[in-house]
Design a protein around this ligand. Structure first.
Ligand code: SAM
Length: 293
């Protein structure tokens, strides 16, 4: 992974904030890229060509949007703040391939795009990531997150970063950290550094026979990542008012793939898929009810 150099845009951003009467709102993650070189690095990492239709989330003043518009066939950019939508319209008026969508990226209809690029507002990192992963068909997403959040996305079994978030994201996608971006590359300067990751839909490895059962199980057992599997299953079953001795029944069906003694943090995705499939067998036999959530 590389690190980046400053080439400051801060004066331009201060001018734009004044002109469009924007007081940066932390809750909306309004820290704007102040580095041409970071913006250019992101575009290079995205490997854009005139065959690409791109979705950008959170256009801001359009630092990334303009560079994307120069390379891609089409760019759809979603921005929630009407003052920034106005700024984007002005900045991009000479491009014919830009579609500006005013609204909340968690709620608007998502356009079709084969690439996604975003310097994400941190308050919606988790929700927008799952929305993209579940609802869009794409080749590549180049997404900037808070550094600690990105570390959890790429976490490996056995590490403290390996969590429910890691598993749910890695179920859908392969994730790789590709660029570190220090906090002073933004204006206003946020409290934390950022990392750009590449996400590509996962094609290899195993998938659960029923995605809903897999995610229900992860929601149920991963609040206790430091417990061993048997204990976590027992607590979850008790919460669900299912006979907790069924946890041993589930483990028996796994033919030794998991014994129940493993700490949750150490269990890999393939093993979790096997566990979800064993639960599904008990559901199909009528021993456990199908999840309603
Ligand atoms: N892309 C610009 C850049 O790199 O300078 C801005 C990035 S800034 C971190 C995040 C942007 O997302 C802000 O412009 C903010 O107004 C916008 N935003 C925040 N919440 C949003 C949401 N729910 N839907 C769409 N845009 C949102």
């Amino acid at each position: 992974m590389s690190t980046t150099q400053v080439s400051s845009l801060s004066d331009d951003i201060r001018r734009l904030l004044n002109r469009y009467n924007v007081r940066p709102d932390k809750k909306r993650g309004q820290s704007f890229l102040n580095s041409h070189s970071v913006a250019r690095d992101i575009i290079v990492l995205a490997g854009l060509s005139e065959k690409d239709d791109v979705l950008e989330i959170g256009g801001g003043f359009g630092v990334l949007t303009q560079l994307i518009a120069e390379k891609a066939r089409q760019i759809h950019v979603i921005e929630i703040d009407p003052r920034l939508v106005k700024a984007l319209r002005d900045a991009l008026k000479d491009f014919t391939n830009v579609n500006i969508i005013e609204g909340d990226a968690l709620l608007v209809d998502l356009p079709k795009a084969n690439k996604i690029i975003a310097n994400l507002p941190y308050s919606i990192s988790s929700k927008i990531t799952f929305r993209i992963l579940r609802e869009m068909e794409f080749d590549d997403a180049i997404l900037m997150y808070q550094k600690e959040f990105a570390s959890r996305l790429v976490g490996c079994p056995g590490t403290t970063e390996y969590s429910r978030l890691t598993i749910n994201v890695q179920y859908y996608a392969e994730v790789e950290e590709i660029l570190e971006v220090p906090a002073d590359m933004f204006y206003p300067v946020p409290a934390v550094d950022s990392t750009v990751v590449r996400m590509t839909p996962r094609k290899k490895g195993s998938f659960a026979r029923d995605d809903a059962v897999f995610h229900w199980m992860i929601r149920g057992i991963y609040p206790y990542p430091n417990k061993n599997l048997r204990n976590a299953l027992q607590i979850w079953f008790r919460n669900l008012r299912i006979d907790k001795s069924l946890s041993d029944e589930v483990l028996l069906r796994l033919d030794g793939v998991l014994t129940g003694k493993e700490r949750l943090r150490s269990i890999n995705l393939d093993q979790l898929v096997r566990l979800a499939d064993a639960l599904l067998v008990l559901i199909e036999e009528g021993t456990i009810a199908y999840p309603r959530e």
